[in-house]
Design a protein around this ligand. Structure first.
Ligand code: VGL
Ligand code: ZN
Length: 210
């Protein structure tokens, strides 16, 4: 029996990058990698994949934004202050650095968040100028990946949708903390239900257009 390629056979049409797109890399910092203060299991696995997205967006001269968790030493989210987390991503410390293998361009847009001791912020949009910055550059669609699926990626995706952006979630470039088993899977479901579209490198049209 001959096989036919039919619509709905599971094969997605190639996705093209467009004017109005931007890449947002969430919190790919040493403290969230294996060996770090708040290690995300397999957190390092997002780095080579994100590097491919970074190269694609750089080639198309589309904006690439890196968010980072950037806490004071006495941050309210730390256990010493009654918060849920061990100390992590203290501003200027080695653990707060971007992953060494992450190919952050020489000139990059960096958004620091949760920078005051009294307030935490999982979302890269929370008390930052990121939404205005992106809107001001005519961005309509954000490709979002990084760490961690069930905290900062989830909160960032929700805020991006609320701010009116279309969101493409890089499902091959996110990893979850999974404090409670299934947190990552639930976060993924919640993001899809909120309107984020899952995307992978394989689904992106990587051909060079003249
Ligand atoms: C994060 C826990 C605490 C994150 C930040 O980047 O997902 N998670 N602070
Ligand atoms: Zn934090």
């Amino acid at each position: 029996m001959k096989r036919h390629r039919l619509a709905g056979s599971g094969r997605m049409p190639a996705l093209h990058l467009q004017r109005g797109d931007a890449l947002l890399v969430v919190d790919v910092q040493r403290d969230f990698l294996p060996g770090g203060a708040l290690a995300v299991p397999d957190g390092d696995r997002v780095v080579p994949v994100l590097n491919e997205y970074i190269a694609l967006f750089a080639r198309e001269e589309l904006p690439i934004v890196f968010s980072r968790d950037w806490h004071p030493a006495d941050h309210c989210s730390f256990q010493a202050r009654g918060g849920p987390w061990p100390p992590h991503c203290v501003a200027g410390s080695p653990g707060a650095c971007f992953a060494p293998r992450l190919k952050v361009p020489a000139v990059a847009t960096v958004v620091s968040k949760a920078t005051t001791s009294a307030a935490d912020a999982y979302s890269a949009f929370e008390r930052t100028c990121l939404a205005e910055w992106l809107h001001g550059r005519g961005r309509r669609r954000l490709f979002i990946g990084g760490l961690a699926t069930d905290y900062c990626v989830l909160a960032t995706v929700r805020d991006a949708l609320a701010a009116g952006f279309e969101v493409m979630l890089l499902v091959d470039a996110i990893r979850a903390v999974d404090v409670h088993p299934g947190d990552g899977a639930r976060a993924l479901q919640a993001m899809r239900a909120a309107g984020a579209h899952p995307v992978t490198l394989a689904a992106l049209d990587r051909a060079v257009h003249a």
